[in-house]
Design a protein around this ligand. Structure first.
Ligand SMILES: [Zn+2]
Ligand SMILES: [Zn+2]
Length: 366
């Protein structure tokens, strides 16, 4: 056991919240701690990411523990303020202490600790992958604190099955005209309304969770001009990657069909990409469940969580299918809820997350 205290580290990181890809102080702090522990540290991966690497004496697989570092922007009392409202400070604290306690336990293979930037931007995982951070990794483990709405404080879930998610822009091009001569134009705002109805009429497999909703329509200038342009924003989620493929194929059909019916054009784009759904390895989920039972006992092991939110961690196994991914939930009494500016959690429960990470390291590299 190291003498690092997860509650103290959490407190320190909590006081230095930084936005995605700007985690300069956080990554300096974490890199310095990893170096003190004897890890070989590579910095500035995907702008502010860090990897610590520790090799065992014997050859063996590579296990990566991944924690995200970024906080969230708020406007509080009229001022811009950055806060850790998603618990990424807790994730870093747990991964760092697990890294410290694992030093004596890595007998074979390689342990890598990835502190990833920019999870909230959903671009951090891709940024570190582009720099080869996941090359040669056999197993990757992620974790997230869970709010009171998911599981009680002190309990744990062996898998968090995030949905695939994306936001979509639709640019509708019509033809402008005088308000008194609408037959000479093509009304882009009316076209957007028809597209909205077509999207609302889409049908997907009703046994699976999905949603697709128009969250913004803008267009038009003054009352007596037929608008020639409208912009739509859509939020879409689906519980599996296959379901998302079906959703997007039908969305294209709905958008383009409705636009054509009006004589307009519509261009669909995905400015944030499409975040993949979790494809967790069942053996990893089973191993994590066993470690959870060891740490908190059978009665505090909760079922797998279905989560309609997105997590860019799932790019790892989606882009490199040989990687076996596990992702667990740490019940930590987080309330009122994640992404609430006043989110607070019970730091004592982070000790459970540390212990599970350590056990996973022992099982794979011990
Ligand atoms: Zn978040
Ligand atoms: Zn988060």
């Amino acid at each position: 056991m190291s003498n690092l205290d997860v509650v103290k580290i959490y407190d320190e990181l909590h006081k230095m919240p930084e936005l995605g890809f700007e985690e300069v102080k956080t990554s300096e702090y974490l890199a310095a701690e990893l170096e003190k522990l004897g890890y070989k540290v590579t910095k500035n991966i995907g702008v502010t990411g860090i990897i610590g690497e520790l090799k065992g004496a014997e050859p063996g697989p590579t296990l990566m523990l991944r924690a995200d570092m970024d906080a969230l922007p708020f406007v509080i009392d009229g001022k811009d303020e950055c806060r850790h409202a998603c618990g990424h400070d807790a994730h870093c604290a747990m991964a760092l202490v697990a890294a410290a306690n694992a030093v004596a336990k890595v007998k074979k293979g390689t342990l890598k600790i990835l502190f990833q930037p920019g999870e909230e931007t959903l671009k951090g995982a891709l940024a570190v992958m582009e720099e080869g951070a996941l090359e040669g990794v056999d197993y990757v483990i992620g974790l997230h604190i869970r709010p009171v709405q998911d599981i009680p404080d002190g309990t744990m879930s062996p898998a968090v099955n995030h949905a695939s998610s994306t936001f979509i822009h639709v640019d509708v091009e019509g033809v402008g005209a005088h308000g008194s001569r609408p037959h000479l134009g093509v009304n882009a705002v009316e076209t957007a309304a028809l597209i909205t109805n077509a999207i609302m009429a889409m049908k997907l497999n009703p046994t699976m969770a999905w949603s697709c909703k128009v969250t913004g329509i803008t267009g038009g200038t003054v009352a007596n001009i037929i608008p020639d342009h409208a912009k739509m924003v859509i939020d879409a989620r689906a519980q599996t990657n296959e379901l998302m493929e079906d959703l997007l194929a039908k969305l294209h059909q709905a958008v383009e069909g409705a636009a054509t019916a009006m004589g307009a054009k519509a261009v669909v784009s995905f400015p944030g990409g499409v975040i993949p759904a979790a494809e967790l390895n069942p053996d990893m989920t089973k191993l994590i469940a066993e470690c959870i039972v060891d740490v908190v006992g059978e009665e505090k092991l909760r079922p797998e969580i279905i989560n309609p939110g997105g997590e860019d961690f799932h790019y790892f196994a989606r882009k490199i299918p040989s990687i076996k991914a596990g992702y667990f939930g740490v019940g930590s009494g987080a309330a009122p809820g994640l992404h609430d500016k006043d989110m607070a959690l019970n730091p004592e429960s982070l000790k459970n997350g540390v212990a599970v990470l350590e056990k996973v390291v022992e099982r794979i590299l011990g």
